[in-house]
Design a protein around this ligand. Structure first.
Ligand SMILES: [Zn+2]
Length: 103
């Protein structure tokens, strides 16, 4: 999975193109992620249960990760993700731009 929870990502397609946000949840099987402040949808709801307010609420909908680019914390640029193996055999993500290990 190229995008993980707590990554900062840039939206590169769709109505939120150009916005940045932090990944709240990642769904590796679906290749989707929920990003803070991105891809809001209006949802009608009734009060009750966990929801205190009735009416229309804004909810962040999952966005396909092909619409996202990872922001590299090292070079601070949107980048494609590569993979490499550490000496201990661990597979880690690297920034294709600055070649730094991301995690
Ligand atoms: Zn980088």
């Amino acid at each position: 999975m190229k995008i993980r929870k707590n990554d900062t990502v840039l939206v590169i397609a769709g109505k939120d193109k150009g916005k940045k946000g932090k990944v709240r949840f990642a769904y590796p099987k679906k290749n989707k992620a929920i990003v803070e402040g991105i891809n809001f949808i209006k949802k009608h709801s009734r009060a009750g249960g966990q929801v205190r307010q009735a009416g229309i609420i804004d909810l962040e909908a999952p966005i396909h990760i092909s619409n996202l680019m990872l922001m590299c914390g090292k070079c601070n640029q949107p980048t494609r993700v590569g993979f490499t193996f550490l000496e201990d055999g661990r597979k880690v993500r690297i920034c294709r731009k600055c070649k730094e290990v991301i995690d």
